[in-house]
Design a protein around this ligand. Structure first.
Ligand code: BG6
Length: 301
């Protein structure tokens, strides 16, 4: 899921840079489409003022790729039922319909909400949903990510970073500023406090690189191997404890607010925070749970 989310969001950035999509909340103010100043008044909300280009929608793309992975993963458990008796086939069909209905309800809700708050035109969210599904489908056929070494994670991180930065710099040399949307957002946002550095194209890139690096670090750590790959790894109790402890620990990260006054410091700290989260979930928490279970088992014996 993290792979799909990161690579999907990276593609979203590149598509946004190529497609130069406007967002409704600034487009209505600048367009000559409406004669005699009859342009509609679009209400803005605290989450309206996204600073990146609008096409395709990053939220729609992120949501569809992650949910696609979850639904197809869940359905892979029910594939075997197709060859069993009639009731198993019916159950498989019901599960299939139920999960895909949930998938589409979520995607449609995300799309409607993005259009409603005036950050997207309908075609941008539709494009986002289908692009996300395409990325997720591509990963279904890339089993190599399951066994990637830390070196591989670092190489892919470097490639994603250098490609995006190189693309930006080359176009800058050609006098094309890919950050053209930021001044538009600042100009037309109804409330300057709603402009968030978090939403700039490079902030998203740094967050994604951090998450992927953290995942590589966690999965290739001794802590992960001892805990999740050890004898406790398959136990339901171990997994439930890990889920509960991870969810609780991740809440703590919400309290860590990164200072946004210096841009470079913000990017560095944002990278570190994004890397720390998967390390916590993949390595730190399972290792602590493993130690806890081992100690408890010893005491009971
Ligand atoms: O394109 P949307 O739906 O407005 O989403 C914008 C978001 O897109 C994501 O891809 C970025 O990582 C975020 O930084 C950004 O805020």
């Amino acid at each position: 899921m993290i792979w799909v989310a990161v690579i999907g969001d990276w593609f979203n950035l590149i598509f946004k840079w190529i497609l130069f999509g406007h967002r409704p909340y600034w487009w209505v103010q600048e367009t000559m489409f409406y004669p005699n100043q009859s342009s509609p008044c679009l209400e803005q909300f605290p989450i309206t003022c996204e600073t990146g280009p609008g096409s395709p929608s990053g939220h729609a793309m992120g949501s569809s790729c992650v949910w696609y992975v979850m639904v197809t993963a869940a359905l892979s458990y029910t594939v075997g039922w197709k060859d069993k008796d009639k009731s198993a086939v019916t159950l498989h069909r019901l599960t299939w319909s139920f999960l895909w209905s949930i998938f589409w309800i979520i995607q449609i809700s995300v799309c409607i909400s993005r259009v409603f708050i005036a950050t997207h035109f309908p075609h941008q969210v539709i494009l986002g949903v289908f692009a996300g599904m395409l990325v997720a489908e591509a990963f279904e056929h890339t089993p190599a990510i399951q066994t990637a070494s830390l070196r591989m994670y670092i190489k892919i991180n470097l490639f994603l970073f250098i490609f995006a930065l190189g693309f930006y710099l080359v176009l800058k040399l050609l006098d094309i500023d890919l950050l053209w949307s930021v001044p538009k957002a600042k100009k037309w946002c109804a409330n300057p406090d709603w402009i968030n550095i978090d939403t700039t194209p490079f902030a998203g890139l740094v967050r994604n690189l951090g998450a992927l690096f953290g995942l590589g670090l966690g999965i290739n750590s001794e802590m992960f191997i001892t805990s999740c790959k050890g004898k406790n790894g398959c136990k339901i109790s171990f997994r439930i404890l890990c889920i509960a402890a991870s969810l609780a620990t991740l809440q703590l990260y919400n309290f860590v607010k990164i200072p946004a006054h210096t841009e470079y410091l913000f990017y560095i700290l944002s990278f570190c925070k994004s890397a720390a989260m998967p390390v916590t979930v993949v390595a730190l928490v399972p290792y602590c749970v493993h130690l806890f279970m081992r100690t408890t088992e010893k005491k009971l014996n």
